[in-house]
Design a binder for this molecule. Structure first.
Ligand code: DOR
Ligand code: ZN
Length: 347
């Protein structure tokens, strides 16, 4: 039985850090284990220009605990008025590593997102030319489409037509939650990849709804039925280069999660690596954890892999993780898998 595992230091290819007091409270949780993260731009107001991304990057670096080594990889929030020249300049200076597409209304702070995709074609053409990835929140927002079908319908009616119309555009399907998403990513060739969250490997929609509503399991895209969770577990542990970790760790204070109109997001920054070790061990794929967390992401983003390492250790006794992170914005509940976890990152 393997009880210790040393990996290249992982990266998180999809992370929400927010700003101000929340940023200060949650950033140490990611920087403790991760070398880099793709930082989501859905602040209020969103990060839409290169100069806003540069200022936000400065605020993230300023919020790092002393001695922490962590590189925020910045993104821009795509709008129908995004200037292609600004995107290209921000990419060519090395500041941004991707642009994020939120269909308007799909999730937290997405009302400024894109309604008519053809209006952003000039931006997407410029991105295709320079190889800058488009990160997609892959859900349609059409009210008639059932929330559990929104990802599959997005693939058929938005993503696939877009990729045919825009050859060469590099796309990351963010936080896939379905077998359809996993299959589409695997068949897409070198310009298509998919991130998978920690929580979608652990919960299905029963965890969210059976025996009482569990607001800390509510996220978007919403967790699907068990067969989809199983497909995601096979994908993440497959070792295929198109799949890599994007936690989508998305902090909201408890008062806004435990609310009659609760916010979407699971906060997994604190315990993601032990949880993944648990899942990969269950799948008898611990030898593929490094590909998922530390190799496939840099491969797709054309960045060097990390030289530093971390070691995961499996202990006899279940490990204790904090139930909440106490930020100056308020308490944030840490994702609880609902079972004991014996893995721990030894620092
Ligand atoms: O659960 C989610 N939370 N999904 C998203 O797409 C956005 C995120 C957030 O920003 O809270
Ligand atoms: Zn997200």
């Amino acid at each position: 039985m393997m009880n210790s595992l040393t990996l290249r230091r992982p990266d998180d290819w999809h992370l929400h850090l927010r700003d101000g007091a929340m940023l200060k409270g949650v950033l140490p949780e990611t920087a403790r284990h991760f070398a880099r993260a793709i930082i989501m731009p859905n602040l209020v107001p969103p990060i839409v220009t290169g100069s806003q991304a540069m200022a936000y990057q400065g605020r993230i670096l300023a919020a790092l605990p002393e001695g922490a080594v962590f590189e925020p990889l910045m993104t821009l929030y795509l709008t129908e008025t995004t200037d292609p020249a600004d995107v290209v300049a921000a990419a060519q200076s090395g500041l941004i590593k991707a642009v994020k597409l939120y269909p308007a209304g799909a999730t937290t702070n997405s009302h400024g997102g894109v309604r008519d995709l053809t209006r952003v074609y000039p931006v997407l053409e410029a991105m295709a030319k320079i190889g800058l990835p488009l990160c997609t929140h892959g859900e349609v927002t059409t009210p008639e489409v059932d929330i559990f079908d929104r990802e599959a319908v997005f693939i058929d009616t938005v993503l696939d037509p877009l990729r045919r119309a825009m050859p060469g555009l590099r796309v990351v399907m963010e936080h896939i939650t379905t077998a359809e998403g996993a299959d589409y990513a695997a068949a897409g060739g070198p310009d298509l990849a998919a991130t998978i969250t920690t929580h979608h490997l652990i919960i299905n929609r029963n965890h969210l709804l059976v025996g009482g509503i569990r607001p800390h399991y509510y996220c978007l895209p919403v967790a699907k039925r068990e067969s989809h969770r199983q497909a995601l577990r096979r994908a993440a542990t497959s070792g295929l280069p198109c799949y890599f970790l994007g936690t989508d760790s998305a902090p909201h204070v408890d008062a806004l999660k435990e609310h009659s109109y609760g916010c979407a997001g699971c906060f997994t920054a604190t315990n993601t690596m032990p949880l993944l070790a648990h899942v990969f061990e269950e799948m008898q794929a611990l030898d593929r954890l490094e590909a998922f967390t530390s190799l496939n992401g840099p491969g797709f983003y054309r960045l060097p892999v990390n030289e530093a390492q971390i070691t995961l250790v499996k202990h006899e006794v279940p490990q204790v993780f904090p139930e909440k992170i106490l930020t100056e914005a308020g308490p944030v509940t840490v994702f609880n898998p609902g079972y004991p976890v014996h893995w721990h990152v030894s620092l």
